[in-house]
Ligand binder design. Structure first.
Ligand code: PLP
Length: 453
């Protein structure tokens, strides 16, 4: 019997409304509608407590790269818990799964990255970046290099530093953000802000904002630039090919550290191990989470290049930073089992050469729908821009972004989990998606568009 079936759905919903404060949720709307209770996952499929079957087009929350319900991960977690469920890595102690995971991550990362600092989440990883880059410059005798440059509409997490590095206006409006020492430049959002320019020219123009900002602030005050290779929560913003190489060139010119937030793009999502590989850049730091365990247990980290690690290790006084669960042995065991699956099943290559191109081709067919303004996808991460009137460029967006959430709700009704961002629908299905499941995903997406139109 499923654990959740021990409780009738109506009881769960009532208790949920009474006691559970959900993340990023309008609780009044939730109380009216009642929460959907998810009870089971298998591969790309989910079931709710009322027996509805849903295609999980979002991999949970960009997490379950190997799909739901993999017994190998459950077995590895069970075995590790039986031996050593938890111990910390503070005060000169370590544990085998964390060490083996660090070694494994170094092997799949670009050659210049060989160390990792573990956290429990992507937010903590980005907090760590903020402190680490400032500490790095202080150790190098340039303590004025404090400012981190990030981008509007970026998402780097929900902690004070994560939400400040992020560029989400509604988040900044609550709780007095951003914290000092963080500034934002424009995003490389061609569909929304490119005004018909050629993609490549627009990519260079968006990147030039970084150089302008560095000059305004004075390079001697800037510690780092941070960005997601593809902005996920911002709406799957895929930058033109010119963008990231130009950002890297500018960072190098002014000796500014480059941090890539790989929390979504990492672990095969783009058809390469990391989004940085896909765009051909070599960041000084990469943050990871989500796909590293496929979300089976919480684990994140900062992957640190030799250039930065050498300073932290050799010049370093102690870095007064860490989390109780940094290097949690059971979470590390889950990550190792997850990486075993990704490698054994060749999922990264599969996204590059098989299911990625297949779904991209099918996804493009949705462009003929009258409500679709643009389709885009890299690897298995994509978006549909919905437009009230695709022919009229000045009427690209509805004032409230309401079309996206209406379409998202229709998608649920048809049996497909997509996410709405403004007037767009986004997907990032498990990397195990079959061709038949890809066909079904696109069929359900078209049905959703028909209902929304
Ligand atoms: N960075 C990116 C790019 C993300 O998409 C997210 C979460 O969606 C985070 C950081 C924050 O990760 P977490 O929710 O694990 O703290």
């Amino acid at each position: 019997m499923l654990q959740s079936n021990l409780y009738p759905t109506a009881d769960l919903r009532a208790a949920d409304a009474r006691h559970y404060l959900h993340p990023f949720t309008d609780h009044k709307a939730l109380a009216e509608e009642g929460a959907r209770v998810i009870v089971k996952g298998d591969g790309v499929w989910l079931w709710d407590s009322e027996g509805n079957k849903l295609l999980d087009g979002m991999s949970g929350l960009w997490c379950t790269n190997v799909g739901h319900g993999r017994p190998e991960i459950a077995d590895a977690v069970h075995a590790q818990m039986g031996e050593l469920a938890f111990y910390n890595s503070f005060f000169k102690t370590t544990n085998a799964p964390a060490v083996r995971l660090a070694e494994r991550l170094a092997a799949i990362a670009p050659a210049h990255i060989n160390k990792v600092f573990f956290t429990s989440s992507g937010s903590e990883a980005n907090d760590t970046v903020l402190r680490m880059v400032r500490h790095y410059w202080a150790l190098k005798g340039q303590p004025n290099r404090q400012i981190v440059i990030a981008r509007h509409n970026a998402y780097h997490g929900s902690t004070m530093a994560g939400a400040s590095l992020g560029g989400m206006k509604p988040m900044h409006a609550q709780g007095g953000l951003p914290i000092p020492g963080i500034v934002h430049i424009r995003q490389p959002y061609w569909f929304g802000e490119g005004h018909g320019m050629a993609h490549d020219a627009f990519g260079l123009q968006a990147a030039a904002d970084l150089e302008r900002m560095i000059r305004t602030l004075g390079p001697e005050n800037v510690a780092a630039f941070i960005g997601e290779p593809i902005q996920g929560a911002g709406g799957v913003i895929i930058p033109p090919a010119t963008y990231w190489p130009e950002i890297q060139r500018i960072c190098r010119k002014y000796d500014i550290l480059l941090a890539a937030d790989e929390v979504i793009c990492g672990f095969g999502r783009t058809g390469r191990w990391f989004g940085s590989d896909y765009f051909g850049i070599e960041p000084d730091l990469m943050t990871i989470a989500k796909g590293v365990t496929s979300g089976y247990l919480p684990l994140g980290g900062v992957m640190v290049s030799d250039k930065v690690a050498d300073v932290l290790v050799n010049l370093g006084e102690e870095f007064y930073h860490g989390y109780t669960y940094s290097g949690h042995p059971t979470c590390a065991a889950a990550a190792l089992a997850n990486l075993d699956i990704i490698q054994r099943e060749g999922l990264v290559e599969r996204v590059a050469n098989d299911i990625g191109p297949y779904l991209q081709g099918r996804w493009k067919t949705l462009a003929d729908h009258p409500i679709v303004g643009e389709t885009r996808m890299v690897g298995l991460i994509g978006a549909l821009e919905l437009v009230p009137d695709p022919k009229n460029i000045s009427n690209r967006f509805t004032p409230t972004g309401a079309v996206g959430s209406i379409a998202r709700d229709y998608a649920f009704q048809t049996g497909l989990v997509m996410r709405a961002v403004r007037d767009s629908l986004i997907i990032a299905p498990p990397l195990t998606l079959t061709h038949a499941e890809a066909d079904e995903l696109v069929r359900l997406a078209r049905q959703t568009l028909d209902l929304t139109y």
